[in-house]
Ligand binder design. Structure first.
Ligand code: ATP
Ligand code: MG
Length: 376
């Protein structure tokens, strides 16, 4: 069952129990835009406890946000109790008119704030921008991310109010900022989105992020391309904003920060070298090397074909340290007491094998290491 059908099923279940319920927000918007829907939100008159009583199995209640997660085949479905007394009040409090849409069990669209017309005009507009932005300053950054992901234009009032209220963005939790900035970076129209943040001055109010004018100009030159991968989005961001320090203060997973740092090093390497040395290719790994070539191509820099890289990769004598024909244990057999020399010797062996100075055979590597010792 599609996530969409699962959503309707939950709406029917709530309706059958005597409660108003609708699919709301982004799912309705994306449906009307003819886009794939990958997550469905439901708004209902029922309280979280009433919802939990109806679905019972595997439900997870968040009392603070009045939300109940019910399990679905494609991931959990979020059922939120109306903010306010009625559906219309709930929709009014949503960020933009294009998200203030609801759909009934019979697929009838409810649109009290002109969301469908704005979808047609490709206009991002808040119903009472002054109020909406002061209720939740993050909406200013969400505006930029919808400009990027949908290619819409911001309504004048939204631009004006963002200019007035931008300083409040500083108060937003960095976790929420990161989510929206990532969606912005993954979108197609990053140039327009950063232009909005520049025009309103909001770019200088993002917590944990410092961007100079020249870095902003780089961000605005990002290729018009959509990325599925968050790693890729943040690597592109870090390249534009001057290195790993630009994302150091952001709450990104450690693994992602490490990947970005490795990507940056590889990108810098390729800025000074016309080709990948065997050693650098081995250190970076094929996936990162290919990504760097893609990033270069996106920036109109000369780039190497993927096939060529793949060929060079497959010709490498080893692909990882674990492929090495000797281990620390072999060194101990052949040599003396354990110590820091072992790590250094293994690294030397690794480099010698990768750069084909020495075949990947135990005896040859040990001979190479002895020769190296003697040469010191
Ligand atoms: P996506 O396609 O990225 O999921 P979305 O519009 O569904 O986009 P979500 O962040 O999943 O965005 O939020 C779901 C819905 O909740 C939105 O469509 C909007 O109606 C409402 N919403 C979410 N965050 C806010 C916010 N900060 N202020 C107001 N309404 C919000
Ligand atoms: Mg959503």
């Amino acid at each position: 069952m599609s996530i969409w059908m699962e959503g309707f099923k939950a709406v029917r279940t709530l309706n059958a129990a005597g409660f108003e319920a609708y699919i709301v927000g982004g799912a309705v918007r994306d449906y009307l835009l003819g886009k794939d829907v990958d997550d469905v939100d439901i708004a209902t008159q029922a309280s979280p406890h009433q919802v939990a009583d109806i679905f019972t199995k595997g439900v997870h209640i968040n009392q603070e946000h009045k939300t109940v997660l019910i399990p679905g085949e494609k991931g959990p479905i979020e059922i939120t109790t109306y903010k306010g007394e009625t559906l219309a009040e709930d929709l009014q409090k949503r960020d933009f008119t294009i998200n203030a849409l609801a759909m009934t069990e019979t697929r009838e669209v409810i649109d009290p704030y002109g969301g469908r017309q704005d979808l047609q005009k490709r206009l991002l507009r808040s119903y009472d921008a002054q109020k909406r932005l002061s209720e939740d300053p993050l909406r200013m950054l969400r505006a930029a991310r919808f400009i990027s992901s949908l290619g819409f234009e911001a309504d004048r009032q939204l631009v004006k109010e963002t200019t007035v209220q931008k300083a409040a963005l500083q108060r937003c939790a960095r976790e929420r900022v990161v989510v929206e900035l990532e969606k912005l970076l993954k979108g197609m129209e990053t140039e327009a989105a950063f232009a909005f943040l520049q025009e309103t001055g909001a770019i200088h109010s993002l917590p944990g992020i410092q961007i100079t004018d020249s870095q902003l100009a780089e961000l605005m030159r990002l290729p018009k391309q959509q990325w599925d991968s968050g790693d890729r989005a943040w690597l592109e961001f870090a390249i534009c904003t001057g290195g790993p320090s630009s994302i150091a203060a952001l709450p990104l997973p450690k693994k992602r920060k490490q990947l970005v740092a490795a990507g940056l090093k590889a990108f810098e390497y390729r800025q000074t070298q016309q080709r990948w040395s065997d050693w650098q290719l081995y250190i970076s790994g094929l996936a990162i090397a290919m990504q760097i070539e893609e990033i270069r191509a996106g920036r109109q820099l000369p780039s190497i074909q993927k096939e060529e890289l793949a060929e060079q990769w497959s010709a490498l004598p080893i692909k990882a340290k674990s492929d090495l024909a000797i281990t620390g244990r072999d060194l101990l057999h052949a040599k003396a007491a354990p110590g820091p020399w072992m790590k250094e010797a293994l690294q030397a062996a690794e480099k010698a094998v990768v750069t084909k100075k020495c075949p990947n055979e135990k005896a040859a590597i040990l001979a190479f290491l002895t020769m190296r010792e003697d040469g010191k």
